[in-house]
Write a protein that binds this ligand. Structure first.
Ligand SMILES: [Zn+2]
Length: 307
């Protein structure tokens, strides 16, 4: 005997079954909704974490800045923020090096090659060309130019002009890399009987200090240094028409005090001066600077070494 039969069931079996099935369906729908909601929340969380991680990685990549202490070219310790040169710096550098040669320049180069064709390569002696700053040490900047880039560019032009006119050349910094000041002096001092050492730099002036333009030599009170500084600043300012700001002495300039041959730091111009910065971005103007420097070295060689 079935138990159902013994009770007075309040509703018939069909109704009871239907209600039970409806309840199960409702419960199932509820479960599906809960699972779907949880799933949606999980997807949302994962997406948020991914976006956050991507942003963090991107930010780190864009602004990889490290605070570091370095010795600047005056021998002073400085704290700087280093920016990874894989981004903005490199783009700026490439843009700066993308100066196209004008067609007429070919003829100029040809006539100059013709002019110096009888000089025996390397016969005039060895000149050390030191491109200031480099790598994470950008040096001064102004009007879209970074000193290390301008220095390297002028150094290579100077190397070409020196070689054209019979000098051999050693570059202490042939690339955009950091070379320590003492190391630069060591490289120079290890060379066999060099004529002189010329460190190429660009100047800057804080806006609060007013404005300035022109060229100047910085050196150490040692034999031959003042003569070299004067010879170069005089010839280069004459060639370019830039203001001759003279030769100055400073005791704590590592590359001039620690080297053993006549040595100077030559400040070609002020990046903070709009007109001068525009000229320094122009390869033709840089060529004039370089021709002037070599005129100065020629004069110095003659007066100081009597050759
Ligand atoms: Zn400098």
């Amino acid at each position: 005997m079935s138990s159902r039969a013994t009770y007075n069931v309040p509703y018939d079996m069909n109704e009871r079954d239907r209600r039970k099935k409806a309840f199960i369906r409702k419960r199932k729908r509820k479960r599906v909704l809960v699972v779907l909601s949880l799933f949606a929340i999980a997807i949302g969380l994962v997406a948020a974490i991914v976006v956050l991680l991507v942003n963090i990685i991107k930010k780190n990549y864009d602004e990889r800045q490290i605070r570091e202490t370095y010795v600047d070219y005056t021998g002073e310790y400085k704290d700087i923020w280093l920016v990874d040169n894989s981004l903005a710096g490199r783009e700026k550098k490439e843009a700066f090096f993308e100066i196209e040669d004008e067609p007429q320049e070919e003829n100029v180069v040809d006539s100059r090659t013709e002019k110096y064709k009888n000089i025996i390569p390397g016969s005039k002696g060895l000149v050390i060309v030191d491109a200031g700053h480099g790598g994470y040490d950008g040096g001064a900047d102004g009007h879209g130019l970074q000193e290390k880039d301008v220095n390297l560019k002028i150094s290579y032009l100077l190397k070409d002009e020196l070689e054209l006119r019979g000098y051999s050349v050693k570059l202490t910094r042939p690339d955009d890399e950091f070379v320590g000041l003492t190391q630069r002096a060591s490289i120079a001092n290890a060379l066999d009987n060099p004529l002189c050492f010329v460190s190429i730099h660009q100047n800057s002036l804080d806006e609060s200090e007013g404005s300035a333009s022109g060229m100047e030599s910085w050196t150490y009170d040692r034999e031959g240094c003042e003569e070299l500084g004067n010879a170069i600043v005089e010839a280069a300012s004459q060639k370019t028409g830039a203001r001759n700001r003279g030769t100055h002495f400073r005791k704590n300039l590592v590359v001039t005090s620690k080297t053993t041959m006549p040595a100077i730091i030559f400040e070609c111009g002020y990046l903070t001066d709009a007109a001068e910065a525009e000229k320094l971005a122009d390869e033709n103007y840089c060529m004039l600077i370089v021709e002037g420097i070599v005129d100065g070295i020629d004069n110095f060689r003659e007066s100081y070494y009597g050759r």
